[in-house]
Design a protein around this ligand. Structure first.
Ligand SMILES: NC(=O)c1ccc[n+]([C@@H]2O[C@H](COP(=O)([O-])OP(=O)(O)OC[C@H]3O[C@@H](n4cnc5c(N)ncnc54)[C@H](O)[C@@H]3O)[C@@H](O)[C@H]2O)c1
Length: 347
């Protein structure tokens, strides 16, 4: 191995808010990345994160200045959704690899523009869709691939919880769909194995909501392989919460799988058919499948993509299909009709 190949990639992390703790927990397990710079509009936040997690990193209040000073290989965009277009766009146009927090961008136009910029820049552009790397996702995927319930026909996800966030989410429009449901839609795309075709949705803000708008949604999607997806979610549903990965019912031709959104996957499939009802047999529990989860999994995938030249699993051009489901659902809710998802990812 050459000295250059052995050297860690030098990274600048932009946006030193709540999510940076998870990033550094993941980065602490990966020795091929060195964070050399931290940027936040509030320079004290950058200094605080440097002191707590990256003492060798320099603190800045502006990405352009950090790029000029440090010439990093990689930029991590951990800013608020509205800032991703400018921050990731600048880093890509300066030749850096970019790994960005979800959502890729806050508007359809900004998302398409970022994907175009990434397509002409030299670096990778990967989106942190950490929830497609949960152990439960691996177990459901393995049960489906093993034919536990036959080919999927429809998938139903519930996501009810009551987090009392402070910060950008309380004033954000489409907060549930854009900041959270994009995870579920991305997970559903991975499990369903097709592309979204059409969307129907109703967003609303439940009485007593502590969000400015759109904290709840009901949405339906049709995929090009005929699978239907329904989503029911709320970020202001007090009472027993679902898991952050949601609660899933996956119906196949021969049975149904349940995933609690953590690690438990159960199900039943048709045994002997004897008239009106079928005899049902339990689906064997998929085995434990420990592996790097979450942010670490996305970062390791990005590193491998950089090393080998293959696209990252969550590259922005592909991730646009997950975000398209969000934008189509938003427009479907506003227009009160089914909306074609495809123009949002094939502009
Ligand atoms: N993948 C996940 O599981 C997950 C979980 C939580 C948050 N997130 C995402 O992470 C991102 C940040 O969320 P958060 O909760 O940390 O928000 P936050 O408000 O706590 O932190 C965002 C930080 O970005 C800074 N910032 C904003 N614009 C900037 C700019 N142009 N240049 C430099 N700094 C800028 C702000 O000053 C703030 O310190 C969001 O996109 C959010 O959706 C992802």
């Amino acid at each position: 191995m050459t000295e250059a190949a052995a050297s860690p990639l030098r990274a600048v992390l932009v946006g030193c808010g709540h999510i940076t703790g998870l990033w550094f927990d993941a980065l602490d397990t990966i020795d091929r990345i060195a964070v050399v710079g931290l940027v936040d509009l509030d320079p004290q936040r950058a200094r605080d994160v440097a002191a707590a997690r990256a003492p060798a990193a320099a603190a800045f209040d502006d990405l352009a200045t950090a790029l000029d000073a440090l010439h990093p290989d990689l930029v991590f965009d951990c800013t608020v959704p509205e800032a991703h277009a400018a921050v990731s766009g600048l880093a890509l146009s300066r030749g850096c690899h970019v790994v960005t927090e979800k959502p890729l961008a806050a508007t359809p136009e900004a998302a398409v523009e970022l994907v175009r910029t990434a397509g002409t820049a030299g670096g990778i552009h990967a989106v942190i869709q950490n929830r497609r790397h949960s152990e439960g996702m691996r177990r459901v995927g393995s049960a489906l691939a093993g034919g536990a319930v036959g080919p999927l026909t429809d998938v139903h996800v519930d996501f009810f919880m009551a987090p009392h966030f402070t910060g950008f989410r309380t004033g954000m429009r489409h907060v549930l769909l854009l900041d959270m449901a994009v995870h579920t839609f991305d997970q559903a795309r991975k499990l369903i194995g097709g592309d979204p075709v059409s969307a129907f949705c109703r967003e609303w803000n439940p009485a007593g909501s502590w969000y400015a708008a759109d904290a709840a949604a009901l949405a339906m999607f049709e995929f090009d392989n005929g699978v239907m997806l329904t989503y029911r979610g709320s970020w202001c549903a007090e009472g027993p919460p679902d898991a952050w990965d949601g609660r899933w019912r996956l119906v196949g031709r021969n049975g149904t799988l349940f995933w609690d959104g953590v690690a438990t996957v159960t199900g039943e499939r048709v045994g002997t058919r004897n008239g009106f009802w079928a005899d049902r047999q339990p689906v064997p529990q998929p085995p434990p499948m420990p592996a790097p989860d979450g942010h670490a999994a996305v970062l390791l995938d990005a590193l491998d993509a950089i090393a080998t030249g293959r696209p990252p699993e969550t590259e922005s051009a592909d991730n646009l299909r997950s975000l398209a489901m969000v934008f189509a659902a938003i427009d479907a809710s506003e227009q009160g009709r089914w909306v074609d998802v495809r123009p949002y990812y094939r502009p």
